[in-house]
Design a protein around this ligand. Structure first.
Ligand SMILES: Cc1cc2nc3c(=O)[nH]c(=O)nc-3n(C[C@H](O)[C@H](O)[C@H](O)COP(=O)(O)OP(=O)(O)OC[C@H]3O[C@@H](n4cnc5c(N)ncnc54)[C@H](O)[C@@H]3O)c2cc1C
Length: 423
């Protein structure tokens, strides 16, 4: 449906991504005259590419511990307003059945992201929401004489007494989410976190690093951050060491796969504090140094390659032995103690220099944004400007891989859509 600048609206929503669509459906159902504006020619780009085109809508178990950014208490306050069972019921009512995979991730049974986007657009239509696109908003302000927010594109201007900023963060800028929404928020007196960096981004290794030669290899690992001394890196404010478990994929540029993506925002954040922060990889997460050493010692008369092959792909086993200049055919007993310990250390604690991440173009989310302290989390209303609501990735919240970012978008969108309808 189209909208003209002369139509009367109760609520403007800028951004028709996951959070904006949810806010629009909720407010439209509550009887609000909603205008949803988006700069993109094709709506819902991120929903369509999500989960490899299958859209990982949510996760079976979502808790505040799956997120970083704001404090766990702040994030919980919003998440608990729209628990996963309600997400499942919401989509079921739209005709989108979700199925749970063994990882806990939930996808539409059609395995097509298009099903999710079409259902949300249908729900907007049914709720009387007007969607106007491509309409790139360039300026937003509050006209106090009229008590209305004014959103201006190059050609038109729209107004309403309340407005939702659902412009996303900076990840995948070609989708239309390029961070311009931050300046809209700042225009109303909001601040931004000191760092706004890619989250869920692949990591880069130095050229000629030995892991690059293993491109295509995937392994279940445990990742953490370490100082050059080998000591765990702990964030000063939280005094917390982050550990991530999951699949790691070696690529021609560095490291990808869920584990690398999940640790990336912590590495990037740590790197801004401590220049020389390293990635620690435990290639055998079920082991610590003592148990692995005991395992090696217990294997008599077989080569170290044979022992490693029982737990790791041969390609990897040969590469790590080569790195340590160890003959694959000698037995653990033939290895001098120090060299055996060096092998054990390399297997449970390889320290890797990371040179950066692949940036917002390849990131799935944004770490940082508008601080949650500046939002009334019971309504998602700005504490700086009455009638202004902020939802989704524009806020300082980012989830790990697995459907958590969408769950944040659904929950925050629903809270804003509900409270913006109360007038
Ligand atoms: C490749 C990829 C895969 C992903 N897969 C998953 C997944 O499977 N599960 C999961 O939970 N999360 C996934 N995510 C993350 C998830 O997509 C985002 O966290 C979520 O979409 C954020 O929703 P949002 O509505 O806040 O912002 P966005 O989805 O970024 O939407 C913002 C909207 O605002 C519009 N906009 C911005 N500025 C303006 C302006 N000035 N004027 C008009 N319109 C404007 C943009 O065009 C865009 O449509 C993935 C992300 C990427 C990049």
């Amino acid at each position: 449906m189209s909208a003209s600048a002369h139509d009367a609206f109760d609520l403007l929503i800028i951004g028709a991504g996951a959070a904006g669509l949810m806010a629009a459906v909720t407010a439209g159902r509550a009887g609000q005259r909603v205008l949803l504006l988006d700069g993109a020619r094709t709506l819902g780009a991120k929903i369509l590419v999500a989960g490899g085109g299958r859209c990982n809508v949510t996760h079976a178990v979502v808790s505040e511990r799956d997120y970083a950014g704001g404090t766990p208490q702040q994030i919980k306050k919003v998440l608990q307003r729209f628990p996963v069972r309600e997400t499942i019921a919401f989509f079921a009512a739209l005709g989108v059945e979700l199925k749970q995979e063994s990882t806990g991730k939930l996808f539409p049974t059609t395995d097509r992201a298009r099903t999710v986007l079409d259902a949300l657009l249908r729900a907007c239509n049914d709720a009387g929401v007007r969607i106007h696109h491509p309409t790139r908003i360039e300026r937003v302000h509050f006209n106090s004489a009229q008590s209305r927010f004014i959103a201006e594109s190059a050609m038109e201007s729209f107004s309403a007494p309340r407005i939702v900023l659902a412009t996303g963060g900076k990840a995948l800028p070609k989708s239309g989410s390029d961070g311009v929404g931050y300046s809209f928020a700042q225009g109303f007196g909001h601040t931004l976190t000191q760092h706004i960096v890619p989250a869920l981004a692949p990591l880069l290794l130095p050229p000629a690093h030995w892991l690059l030669a293993l491109s295509g290899l995937a392994l279940d690992v445990e990742l953490s951050l370490a100082l050059p001394t080998g000591a765990p890196f702990k964030f000063p404010a939280q005094f917390k060491a982050w550990t991530v478990e999951g699949a790691l994929l070696a690529t021609h540029f560095g490291l990808s796969g869920p584990a690398a993506l999940d640790i990336s925002r912590h590495w990037t954040h740590a790197h801004t504090i401590e220049h020389q922060v390293l990635l620690r990889i435990n290639w055998l997460p079920q082991h610590r140094e003592e148990t692995l050493d005991a395992l090696l010692v217990s294997r008599k008369g077989v080569s170290i390659l044979t022992v490693l092959r029982e737990h790791l792909p041969e390609r990897f086993a040969r590469a790590i032995l080569q790195q340590l200049a160890l003959d694959p055919l000698i037995t653990p007993q033939q290895l001098p103690r120090e060299r055996r310990q060096a092998l054990v250390r390399a297997l449970v604690s390889t320290l890797v220099e990371v040179t950066g991440d692949r940036g917002f173009t390849y990131a799935e989310a944004t770490a940082g944004g508008v601080p949650l302290d500046e939002i009334d989390l019971s309504s998602m209303e700005s504490r700086m400007q009455c009638g202004l609501f902020l939802v989704g990735e524009i806020l300082d919240v980012d989830g790990r891989i697995g459907g958590f970012n969408f769950q944040w978008a659904w929950a925050s969108g629903l809270v804003a859509g509900t409270s913006a309808s109360r007038g």
